[in-house]
Structure formats: structure tokens, C-alpha cells
Design a protein around this ligand. Structure first.
Ligand SMILES: O=C(CO)[C@H](O)[C@H](O)COP(=O)(O)O
Length: 262
């Protein structure tokens, strides 16, 4: 492990490194978005170079597509790939049932579509993302720009009847303009502090006409690989009901430390 990696980057790196062990020759793999997923893209590129692995990646954002191409990973669209063997992505929070909050990087829509079109979803995360109950991280909701203030008001109204600790909805900005997603939509962040019933909240949010999708991923993630700053990983498999603690000794090539832009 390079000495100059911070504990947080070490945690993300070891989780990513462990996750790409699940990738087998010939697989179609969904490539997540965010700083942890960017480590995974680098680790996957290294396996392609070193092991001669043949994979096709389906990126979940323009950022990830660009990084994958730069690193020589063959990429295609979900429409071409149709169904994927595996998706590996980061998350903003995960709970004991492996329900997730995603979308901190504004890519939740493509991420959810790609993960749902995969046989298996593996989430890679540092230990700080683990929570007893979701909601400390603001829940991102993708909405269409048309009538966005009405949609925001409808979300606020809906939250009154929900089991949440706090109810504040903010439009995500990029400087002085609303942030635009890859689909040219807006994101509103729901500051809820605690979500009592994520499944119910996810269902009712998606009933609002201007809502495209929300960042709650329920019953989608199969495995979470939790990285620690000391190089340890914990692999939690919800279906097998197992938790395995491993120490990974890693000697990454210099190549994957280039372009740590995310
Ligand atoms: O959902 C996401 C992007 O939409 C990311 O996976 C999530 O925000 C985690 O990002 P990071 O690995 O940088 O902490």
C-alpha cells in the first residue's frame, strides 16, 4: 500500500480492490460513480492489464465513462449490454439490511437503473457510511426542471405524514444555477436526519409526478464491502447471512494512482 494514501483513501482502495475479485472473465459489469467507485474502476483496469480479464463496463455517469475509457476499460451502453452480471458502486449510507442512500454524486438515476439490471450489486464503502438507521445523509431526489417548485412543495407536503425526524428540502446548486444531472434534471436534497420507514418513503416519493427517482436503494444491494484505514475489509453478504473479516495486503501498481481526480 503506498505510504502517502490517507486512511480514508486506503479504506476506499481496499474495498474496491476486494470487490474486483468478484469480476470474472467475460462479465458485463456496471461501473458506479463517486470517489470509491473511481478506485474500483482503477482496480478493474489493473486486473484487465495484469490478468488479461475480458470485461465490458456499463458506466453510470459521464464521469465514470470518461475515467473507464481513459484507463482502457471497454464500455458500452445499458441498451447494448441489456443485462449485467454485476454492478459495483459506492453509497452514501447503508443500514443493517443493506438498504442504501445514494446520489451524493448526483448519479442516482443511472445508478439505480444499472444496479436493478444486474444479477448482483456490490457496494464498496468506508466504515463511516455504516448507520443503524438511514437519514443522517440528506436523501437526494431527482426531479424534472418543469414545475420544480411545485414538485418540491409536494415533497414537503408529503413529508408531513412521514416517520422522519426533520423536514427540510433544498435544491442542489452548482454555483448560482441548479445542478443538472446527466439527464438534465434537478436534484433536491431531503434533510430528514432519520428515516423510520425507507421502503414506504421510497414508494410514496415516486408517486409524485415530477419525481423521476429517489436515492433510496431497497432490496437491491447484495453485498457490502467495508474498507478500513488499516487495510482491513469486512465483507457482508445479506443473502448468505455472512460477515467475513479479512486483511488485504496490497501492492498496487503505480498506474492506478494516476488521475485521482474524483
Ligand atoms: O451515489 C453516489 C453518486 O451518485 C456515490 O456512490 C455516493 O455519493 C458515494 O460517493 P463517494 O464514494 O465519493 O463517497
Amino acid at each position: 500500500m503506498p505510504a502517502d494514501l490517507s486512511p480514508i483513501d486506503t479504506a476506499k482502495f481496499v474495498a474496491a480492490k476486494r470487490a474486483v475479485d468478484y469480476v470474472q472473465d467475460g462479465m458485463k459489469v456496471g461501473l458506479g460513480t463517486g470517489s470509491t467507485a473511481a478506485w474500483m474502476v482503477r482496480c478493474l483496469a489493473e486486473r484487465i492489464r495484469q490478468d488479461g480479464l475480458r470485461v465490458t463496463g456499463v458506466p453510470t455517469s459521464t464521469r465514470t465513462a470518461e475515467l473507464a475509457r481513459q484507463l482502457g476499460i471497454p464500455v458500452t451502453s445499458l441498451d447494448d449490454a441489456k443485462w449485467l452480471d454485476l454492478t459495483i458502486d459506492g453509497a452514501d449510507e447503508f443500514d443493517p439490511q443493506l438498504a442504501l442512500i445514494k446520489g451524493g454524486g448526483a448519479a442516482l438515476l443511472q445508478e439505480k437503473i444499472v444496479a436493478t439490471a444486474s444479477d448482483q450489486m456490490i457496494v464498496i464503502a468506508d466504515a463511516a457510511k455504516e448507520v443503524a438507521q438511514l437519514g443522517a445523509f440528506p436523501l437526494p431526489v431527482e426531479i424534472i426542471p418543469f414545475g420544480w417548485q411545485t414538485t418540491k412543495a409536494l415533497i414537503e407536503e408529503l413529508l408531513v405524514g412521514m416517520d422522519v425526524l426533520h423536514r427540510d428540502v433544498t435544491l442542489r446548486m452548482n454555483g448560482d444555477k441548479p445542478l443538472l444531472t446527466d439527464e438534465a434534471n434537478y436534484i433536491v436534497d431531503l434533510h430528514l436526519k432519520r428515516i423510520g420507514n425507507p421502503r414506504q418513503l421510497s414508494l410514496v416519493l415516486n408517486q409524485i409526478p415530477g419525481v423521476v427517482e429517489n436515492g433510496l436503494f431497497i432490496d437491491i444491494c447484495d453485498i457490502v464491502i467495508i474498507g478500513h484505514g488499516d487495510g482491513r475489509v469486512v465483507v457482508r453478504d445479506i443473502n448468505a447471512g455472512t460477515e467475513v473479516d479479512e486483511r488485504i495486503h496490497l501492492v498496487p501498481s503505480d498506474n492506478i494512482f494516476t488521475d485521482l481526480g474524483d
